[in-house]
Design a protein around this ligand. Structure first.
Ligand code: SAM
Length: 294
C-alpha cells in the first residue's frame, strides 16, 4: 500500500475499491441487490472471473461466489437477529462498497427506529451516496459517510466519524465485509483494537466481519495462497489469510480488546439458511465480536 502523498502519513488503500464492483455484481446476479446499484465495471469483472469460478467449482467443489454468498447470508442473519431480538438500532457498515444491505435492511425495518450508516473511502462513499440519493433512498435514518479505517487524527478516522455521526445511546453493530483480508495482521489488528475501544463507549456493541483463515489443512488455502499475490498486485494491498485455527481467531480478537468472540461456520447453517452447500469444508468464517459498555 502506498503512503498517501496528499497530506497524511497513513497508507492509501483505495486500490482495493474496484473489487466492490465485482461483489456488487455478484449480489445483483444472485437476486440480492437492487437495480440502481448495478454497474458496467461489475459486469465486466464478473465476466472476466467466470473461467476461474468454473474451474474452482469443477476442481475443488467450491469457488469464490459460493463463499461470498455464504458470508453475506450469515452476516445478514446475525444482524437481523441482533435487531429483532436484542434491540440493536444503529448499524454501521464500513467498506460498504455497492452492497445492497443498507437498502434492504432499511426497507425491511422501516417500521422501527433503525439507523443505518454506510461508510467507505471518500471515492466509493461518494458514488454510493449519489446512487442512493438518485434512487430516493437517503434519509436521516439511512446515510452514507466517508471513513478510512487506516486514518488517524483526521475527519475520516474511525474515532472522529463515530463521535460526530453516531448516537452514543444506541446499541451499535458494525459490519465489515470483504475488507480484512486485504491487510496484513499488524495493520488490521490496529484497526480492530481501535474499533473495540470505540465500540465500548456504546451501551452494547457487536462487530461482525467475514474472514478467510490460513488453515493449513484446507485444500482451498493452497490455491488461495497462490492467487493472493495476483490479488495483492491488482489491489496494491497486502492480501493475507489470518489465523491458523479457530482458537487463534478467538484469541486474536480477544487480544484486540473484544469481550467475546463467536466464530460462525457456514456448515452450521446448511439447511437452516438459504446458502449454497459445498462438498468440501468451507473456508470462509463470520466472526461475531461483542463489547459491553465500560
Ligand atoms: C471487496 S470490496 C467489499 C464491498 C462490500 N462490503 C461488499 O461485500 O460488496 C472492499 C471495500 O473496501 C473498501 N475499503 C478499502 N480500503 C478501505 C479503508 N481504508 N477504509 C474503509 N473502506 C475501505 C473499498 O473501497 C471497497 O468498497
Amino acid at each position: 500500500m502506498a503512503l498517501d502523498a496528499s497530506s497524511s502519513n497513513f497508507p492509501d488503500s483505495s486500490g482495493i475499491s474496484f473489487t466492490a464492483f465485482y461483489t456488487g455484481e455478484v449480489w445483483r446476479r444472485e437476486g440480492l441487490s437492487v437495480p440502481f446499484l448495478a454497474s458496467k465495471q461489475g459486469r465486466l469483472l464478473y465476466l472476466a472471473g467466470m473461467p476461474v469460478e468454473w474451474a474452482g467449482k469443477a476442481l475443488l467443489g467450491t469457488n469464490n461466489v459460493i463463499m461470498l454468498l455464504q458470508r453475506h447470508h450469515i452476516i445478514d442473519h446475525v444482524l437481523e437477529k441482533a435487531v429483532r431480538e436484542e434491540g440493536f438500532t444503529q448499524i454501521v457498515e464500513i467498506a460498504c462498497g455497492l452492497s445492497p444491505r443498507g437498502t434492504v435492511i432499511s426497507r425491511r425495518f422501516a417500521d422501527i427506529d433503525l439507523h443505518y450508516i454506510e461508510a467507505d473511502l471518500p471515492g466509493m462513499a461518494g458514488r454510493k451516496r449519489h446512487l442512493l440519493e438518485k434512487a430516493g433512498e437517503l434519509s436521516s435514518r439511512h446515510r452514507v459517510i466517508d471513513i478510512d479505517i487506516l486514518a488517524q487524527d483526521v475527519a475520516e478516522s474511525l474515532e472522529a466519524v463515530f463521535a460526530r455521526e453516531l448516537d452514543p445511546t444506541r446499541k451499535t453493530l458494525v459490519i465489515t465485509e470483504g475488507l480484512v483480508n486485504y491487510f496484513d495482521y499488524s495493520t488490521i489488528t490496529g484497526f480492530w483494537a481501535r474499533l473495540a475501544k470505540t465500540l465500548a463507549a456504546f451501551p452494547e456493541g457487536i462487530y461482525l466481519t467475514d474472514l478467510y483463515p490460513n488453515f493449513g489443512w484446507h485444500p482451498v488455502v493452497k490455491v488461495a495462497n497462490t492467487f493472493k499475490s495476483a490479488l495483492a498486485f491488482a489491489t496494491r494491498s497486502s492480501v493475507t489469510l489470518h489465523f491458523g485455527n479457530e482458537a487463534a481467531i478467538v484469541a486474536g480478537f480477544g487480544d484486540a480488546g473484544f469481550d467475546s468472540t463467536c466464530v460462525h461456520l457456514p456448515e452450521s447453517y446448511y439447511g437452516v439458511l438459504d446458502i449454497p452447500v459445498m462438498r468440501t469444508p468451507s473456508l470462509v468464517r463470520v466472526i461475531e465480536n461483542r463489547t459491553a459498555s465500560a
